[in-house]
Design a protein around this ligand. Structure first.
Ligand code: P6P
Length: 281
């Protein structure tokens, strides 16, 4: 697994450079969920594919930017589902963006996730890894190495509320849940970037991030394999919980590689509030 973590560190340095110095224009292509791809999306995907291609323990790659998974090394052990540059359009307005990696065995179900990693490209470049040893924060140093900073743990209850999705399309019980959190004094923290928004809640000790099913998109927007399962794994390893409103997210399986799901990530008390609000829906 360390070989994969090292490869992600190398990719992170190259991607950070690309974000800061390379063409931000749109390509002529769409990805499998219909998003028009930035040239940056495609280049970041190429950086990651190139770096993983030399790691023989990696059997298969599944990228959010490609229609289907593809085999790298037939005898490899790990399947890697990744989003090379999540929230890439935020780079145009100089907001933080990120890369997300789920490291699976056998298939891309939540139960087969063995480790998860994300990179935040912001004022600092930081990497968070989660495996059976816990959740660890690393930061890019001037000599282009990543220094261990701290373990990350969530408190039982936090103070931040990151409510995603188009509010006019929230179901009424979801709207009541979000309003009840603000009435309790939770602070709004939402940039539109899943990685920095979830990173902030982890580093500030807790709260809740939600991207619900909406009246126009009942299955939600965020992708199980590339985004949701990795963060569900990270939040659980940090002492929090991650559900779809009722079920534990890591108990779910993708129907297809780009499958999406409603998702809630947070401290235990906030996730219990979600269960209470969604119990009868
Ligand atoms: P909305 C970015 O496009 C993204 O995939 C996630 O990074 C983010 O959490 C979500 O979409 C934001 O979606 O509908 O709130 O703008």
């Amino acid at each position: 697994m360390q070989e994969i973590y090292n490869a992600i560190q190398t990719a992170a340095i190259k991607i950070d450079y690309a974000i800061k110095h390379e063409d931000k224009g749109y390509s002529d292509n769409q990805n499998s969920t219909g998003d028009i791809q930035l040239k940056l999306d495609i280049h970041c995907d190429e950086i990651i594919e190139s770096i993983f291609s030399s790691i023989t323990t990696v059997k298969e790659l599944a990228s959010e930017e490609k229609a289907e998974p593809f085999t790298l090394h037939e005898e490899g052990r790990y399947l890697i589902g990744y989003d090379p540059l999540d929230g890439s359009s935020l780079a145009d307005v100089n907001l933080s963006v990120g890369s997300i990696f789920g490291i699976y065995e056998n298939d891309y179900s939540g139960a087969n996730l063995k480790a998860a990693v994300y990179v935040v490209y912001g004022p600092r470049v930081e990497i968070v890894t989660a495996d059976h040893e816990g959740v660890k924060l690393f930061r890019l140093e001037p000599d282009n190495t990543f220094a261990f900073i701290q373990e990350i743990r969530l408190k039982e209850r936090g103070k931040l509320n990151a409510p995603g999705g188009t509010q006019k399309n929230w179901p009424s019980h979801h709207k009541a849940l979000i309003e009840s959190l603000f009435a309790e004094g939770y602070r709004l923290r939402y940039s539109g970037g899943m990685v920095p928004d979830l990173h902030q809640i982890l580093l500030k000790g807790g709260g809740i991030f939600s991207y619900p099913g909406t009246t126009d998109v009942p299955a939600g927007k965020l992708r199980k394999v590339f985004e949701v399962f990795p963060f569900a794994f990270i939040y659980e390893q940090a002492g929090g919980e991650a559900i779809d409103g009722k079920q534990r997210l890591l108990d779910l399986k993708p129907e297809h590689i780009h499958d999406t799901t409603p998702c809630f990530f947070g401290s235990k008390e906030e996730i219990q509030k979600v269960r209470n609000s969604y119990a009868n829906y």
